[in-house]
Design a protein around this ligand. Structure first.
Ligand SMILES: O=C(O)CCC(=O)C(=O)O
Length: 266
């Protein structure tokens, strides 16, 4: 593993805990971004992980014969080991320990591609809305675009301080239980005061698992590639029960494919 080359100062650490997000203009080098770009493009071009239930469309019913609108790959480093030993991962891990403490570990990665002229936004949501309600979580996400991220191509936007709220009511996008992507209820109200965070290639944003966030459509002529790494501290069973009814109603093709892939392994 590469040695970390970046470290947060006290002001950045305080800012993250106060606002629930942070913008880092440089977490890796332009050379590494270029290398990772071709690994990333190859993963999407070959539909890596489709049979294993790790390749899906976040915003549609995700039929096999459909061209995906907002393709996502879960656990891409399982299919491309070149994503593991990187300066990006080494720096993210060191920063995660600064923010979460020495117990923080890499908990997974995913990738969301917005092809050129993708009309779909990634709607306002909190990541913890996708998690299992029985557990208490403490985790952060590094969102690393593998080119510049701008308002035009779909950079991250955050609601400062929203990480201090509980998980808000969500629903499947378009209220369609066949769609895996989630959106928060009443986005116009809860996302007031949002801040857009354009960043150069080689930069990243960091957000807490409860921070409300969103990315807009990709209106540019180039793909918008986002590679996301999750770091967490050990989960604990929750003392106070909660329910996420939006997960209970979902009946997605992704669930079918994942169940079939599990069956194949058994
Ligand atoms: O890349 C995107 O469009 C959204 C990313 C996101 O929601 C996340 O990293 O949690």
């Amino acid at each position: 593993m590469d040695r970390p080359t970046v470290c947060l100062d006290d002001e950045q650490i305080e800012m993250f805990h106060r606002t629930g997000y942070l913008v880092l203009p440089a977490i890796t080098t332009p050379e590494e971004v270029e290398r990772l770009q071709s690994v990333y493009d190859q993963l999407f071009a070959t539909k890596a992980g489709r049979a294993q239930g790790d390749h899906l469309d976040l915003v549609t019913t995700d039929e096999d014969d459909q061209t995906p609108v907002l393709p996502q790959i879960l656990n891409p480093s399982k299919y491309a080991p070149a994503l593991v030993d990187t300066q990006l991962r080494a720096n993210a891990e060191a920063i995660a320990r600064q923010l979460l403490g020495p117990e923080a570990y890499f908990a997974g990665d995913h990738a969301i591609l917005k092809p050129p002229h993708t009309p779909a936004s990634t709607p306002w949501h909190q990541d913890e809305a996708y998690a299992q309600p029985e557990w208490d979580y403490n985790y952060i996400n590094f969102w690393a675009p593998l080119q510049e991220a701008t308002l035009e191509n779909g950079c991250m936007q955050f609601v400062p301080g929203s990480h201090r709220q509980e998980v808000l009511p969500h629903r499947p996008i378009g209220n369609d239980p066949r769609v895996i992507g989630l959106e928060v209820d009443e986005p116009e109200r809860v996302a007031a005061g949002a801040v857009a965070c354009p960043i150069p290639a080689g930069g990243a944003t960091i957000h807490h698992g409860r921070t409300l966030h969103y990315t807009g459509p990709n209106q540019s002529n180039q793909p918008r590639r986002a590679y996301i790494m999750i770091f967490e501290t050990p989960r604990k069973p929750r003392a106070t029960p909660r329910e996420f009814p939006w997960l209970a109603i979902q009946r997605t093709k992704w669930q079918e494919r994942s169940a079939a892939a599990q069956g194949d392994k058994a």
